[in-house]
Design a binder for this molecule. Structure first.
Ligand SMILES: *Cc1c(COP(=O)(O)O)cnc(C)c1O
Length: 411
């Protein structure tokens, strides 16, 4: 019996005209001239806008939508996102500066992440943003900084929940974690906050990331609400802010299919009246990184050499793991799988044969595609890695081997 090989989810978000991929209304070949050099990342602003509009059309109107800047901190992109979402979530002082350059109001910017330095906390307090507190040390530091600056810091407690988001690409809650305060310790910490010069806003409960299963997300959201209700009973002030995390994934690998948002949205529609009854002043927020930006971006490199080794075809490009660690399989993958890859100026595979796409780094880890069916490529052709709008360039070891950096454009 023949079983079909699992395939990548189709890349239908970009138009293909005369066999050439278009992005931002422009043929890729022309965009390469416009950028002036390869490799580069290109992000399509109309796709970013459409994704946010789609989510808003599904989700309850009273839910806030936040963008997690960590997924892609390119300033022009963050600027664009700031005009679409209700809040920006940052995870470093550097990301905070990018967020503060946008028109987003400081009160709608939050700063999470373990190990914030004194300098970062002081930056955050002076800016008037919300700090998602990850430890009691951070609380004490904020109390001191607030007293020094004469500003009452706005804080949200990040809670390490007593459950996890099942079947997640990355688990960020449940069990022992460096993120947040363990849920069972929160009632005691809330007592301490009551005696400090801090403005308590609420809770941030983030249980996981990169999830494609609606049922798992619904279950985690249900538990998140229950946990928030329990903890709120110990709060020194009414909860005005409840960030329930995000976790929506995008399909990267063969056999993965897009998340069905409808059941998650239905469940949120059904849950919000109860949330409003329990926490009448709470603004509920969802935070997304890759789901908002991941599918809107491509990584483009140029074929520099083609060779055959013992029967296998190798397409060598000027791009590789130094710009796109995730596509090389070295960013959290256990078993290496291919991202969706194509020859961008020859989109119909034609006499497709199997080929591997590798970069110029002198290491066997530098693979962009391992034995994929690709169109017949020639030197000068453009190789496209799809699903590259999140955790691309900034999640890559750009200094490794000293090759030139990649450009980034928002089109
Ligand atoms: C990284 C991170 C996110 C974004 O995760 P995505 O998978 O990109 O949506 C959201 N919230 C927190 C707290 C994070 O650390």
């Amino acid at each position: 019996m023949k079983t079909a090989k699992p395939a990548h989810a189709p890349q239908t978000q970009f138009a293909v005209v005369d066999d050439c991929l278009h992005i931002g209304g422009m043929p890729l070949t022309r965009l390469a001239h416009r950028v002036g050099s390869t490799p580069f990342y290109a992000y399509d602003r109309s796709l970013l806008t459409r994704r946010v509009q789609y989510l808003r059309s599904m989700l309850p109107a009273q839910l806030s939508l936040h963008y997690s800047v960590k997924a892609n901190p390119m300033p022009a992109l963050v600027q664009h996102m700031a005009g679409l979402v209700d809040g920006l979530d940052v995870a470093s002082g550097g990301e905070l500066r990018v967020a503060l350059d946008t028109p987003m109001l400081p009160a709608a910017i939050s700063f999470a992440g373990p190990g914030k330095t004194e300098a970062e906390l002081s930056q955050a307090v002076a800016a008037g943003i919300v700090v998602n507190v990850e430890s009691t040390t951070e609380l004490q530091r904020l109390d001191r900084i607030g007293a020094t600056l004469g500003i009452r810091p706005s804080v949200v407690l990040r809670v390490n929940p007593d459950f996890e988001l099942k079947s997640s690409g990355m688990k960020m809650g449940g069990g022992p974690k460096p993120f947040g305060l363990d849920a069972e310790l929160v009632p005691e910490v809330l007592k301490q906050i009551a005696a400090m010069g801090l403005d308590f806003h609420g809770f941030h409960i983030f249980s996981g990331s990169q999830n494609l299963k609606a049922a798992a997300i619904i279950e985690a959201q249900e538990k998140t609400f229950e946990l928030a209700f329990r903890l709120a009973q110990h709060a020194p002030q009414p909860v005005t802010s409840l960030n329930i995390g995000g976790g929506f994934g995008i399909p990267y690998f063969p056999g993965e299919t897009a998340l069905d948002v409808a059941p998650v949205a239905d469940h949120l529609h059904a849950s919000l009246p109860r949330v409003h009854a329990e926490l009448p002043q709470a603004k509920v927020a969802l935070e997304f990184g890759r789901y908002l930006v991941g599918e809107a971006g491509i990584y483009v490199s140029r074929v520099t050499d083609i060779k055959r080794s013992r029967g296998e075809l190798f397409i060598i490009t000027d791009g590789g793991l130094h710009h796109h660690l995730a596509a090389s399989g070295n960013f959290g993958q256990v078993i290496r799988k291919n991202y969706p890859v194509a020859v961008g100026n020859k989109m119909s595979p034609g006499e497709a044969g199997n080929a591997s796409v590798v970069g110029p780094l002198c290491t066997p880890l530098d693979i962009l595609a391992d034995q994929m069916a690709l169109a017949h490529a020639e030197i000068g052709d453009l190789i496209v890695v799809f699903q590259s709008g999140a955790y691309g360039l900034t999640a890559s070891p750009t200094a490794f081997l000293g090759h030139p950096n990649a450009a980034e454009v928002l089109v």
